[in-house]
Design a protein around this ligand. Structure first.
Ligand code: SAH
Ligand code: SF4
Length: 396
């Protein structure tokens, strides 16, 4: 877009849109797939014969070393660097605030194009460091226990904005290798990624896929496919593609053992019910014991936490290599549920465990900074739902 284009006349429509930052005329490299970047280089004037080599060099600078400045790409000629600087940029979403919890969890509030905000959470543990990233601003779905679900979808994130979340966490943790270093996957700070932040990743499939393929690329960040877990509320038609086109691990927000209750908690169940979802999971390509599906199950007091529920869950899981992650409900202001008692959660976990399934109880992290599961919600105030609306949708 030429920068000297006359500005559009201001209309009522424009005034009601969120404040937009001016889009840059340069192409952002972050988020382009290898094929897209190669094509963009050629279009910018890179001779076709050199494009593959240049692509490899740029890719390594950007995704292996984390460089942001073309001028430091010392194996490229001065002229080529100037051309890159004229046509391209390397830009990440902007970190607005960073909060560090007492337990070391870090929560970043990140601003993307258009002034929207999403949250990214880093959870350090003894044997790993997990980064929880977002795929949408808000969510079109309205799970009644989820804080994000109270914020209507504002938009899908681009592939660049998804990869950018990983890169900005690596910036903050100072994790880019120094020049001369080799790719050492053993001592990583961000060793795992979970798509469990804001949004339903399978409703933004292509961008999530492209972003994860960039993150997995062996010449760059090089995170193994089994270190990435995508969590879905159950978008059945996209489940098989997740294995085929991304190859990552799958988690499913299961949360109930009857359609009646699941309809209330995870309304997408009205579209694809428990039986349909389980069929899709049984057919998940490459499903083995070492690549089990994680069933996420939020523990809501008196709603889905009885012993009968636990026994029913075991029956439903039969034949599926699975693990059940029990998530004590994280409360948020105005939430229509309470967390199950510790005793009830343990009794539930024991039944699942005795039936032969791992059933860890997730330890809430970063609660003091509202960084725990389902507490994420950007400050984008637009189109916020009322408590009454949430309850009506949950059938309460
Ligand atoms: N939209 C996707 C991924 C994001 S939610 C999905 O629903 O799977 C990540 C996990 O946190 C999901 O299992 C979700 O159901 C759970 N969750 C949402 N709100 C929660 C809350 N308040 N307490 C505990 N877990 C919650
Ligand atoms: Fe959306 Fe997941 Fe929250 Fe449901 S649990 S509203 S799918 S983010």
């Amino acid at each position: 877009m030429p920068t000297d284009a006359p500005s559009a006349p201001i209309t009522q429509d424009v005034l009601t849109l969120p404040r937009k930052l001016p889009a840059s005329a340069r192409t952002n490299i972050i988020g382009l797939t290898r094929d897209q970047l190669r094509a963009a280089l050629i279009e910018a004037g890179c001779p076709e014969k050199q494009a593959k080599m240049r692509l490899g060099q740029i890719w390594q600078w950007v995704y292996f070393f984390g460089l942001r400045d073309f001028d430091q790409m010392t194996n490229l000629s001065k002229d080529f660097r100037a051309l890159l600087a004229e046509k391209f940029e390397i830009s990440l979403p902007e970190v607005v605030t960073r909060q560090v919890s007492e337990d070391g969890t870090r929560k970043y509030l990140v601003r993307i194009q258009g002034g929207h905000e999403v949250e990214v959470v880093y959870i350090p543990e003894t044997d790993r460091g997990t980064l929880c990233i977002s795929s949408q601003v808000g969510c079109t779905l309205t799970c009644s226990f989820c804080h994000t679900g109270t914020q209507k979808l504002v938009r899908n994130l681009t592939a660049g904005e998804i990869v950018g979340q990983v890169m900005l966490a690596r910036d903050d943790l100072n994790e880019w290798p120094q020049k001369g270093a080799h790719n050492d996957a053993t001592a990583r700070l961000v060793s795992n990624i979970v798509l469990m932040g804001m949004g339903e990743p399978l409703y933004n499939f292509e961008n999530v896929r492209d972003a994860m393929n960039i993150v997995m690329d062996g010449e760059g960040i090089a995170l193994g496919r089994r270190r990435i877990t995508l969590s879905t509320s159950g978008v059945v038609p996209e489940i098989a593609r997740t294995a085929q086109e991304i190859g990552c691990l799958l988690a499913v927000s299961f949360h109930a053992t009857t359609d009646e209750i699941r309809d209330q908690l995870v309304p997408i169940n009205k579209r694809w019910n428990i039986a349909t979802l389980l069929d899709a999971l049984r057919a998940y390509p490459g499903l083995t014991n070492s690549e089990r599906i994680t069933f996420e199950y939020v523990m809501l007091d008196g709603v889905n936490d009885s012993k009968e529920d636990a026994y029913r869950l075991v029956e439903l899981l039969r034949g599926i290599p699975a693990k059940v992650n029990l998530i004590p409900f994280n409360e948020w202001p105005g939430a229509p549920y309470k967390r199950s008692s510790g005793n009830r959660i343990h009794a539930f976990a024991d039944i699942i465990h005795d039936a032969g399934y791992a059933s860890p109880i997730r330890k809430p992290r970063g609660e003091d900074i509202m960084a725990a599961c389902g507490q994420l919600k950007s400050a984008t105030e637009r189109a916020r739902k009322s408590k009454r609306q949430i309850e009506a949708e949950a059938g309460l």
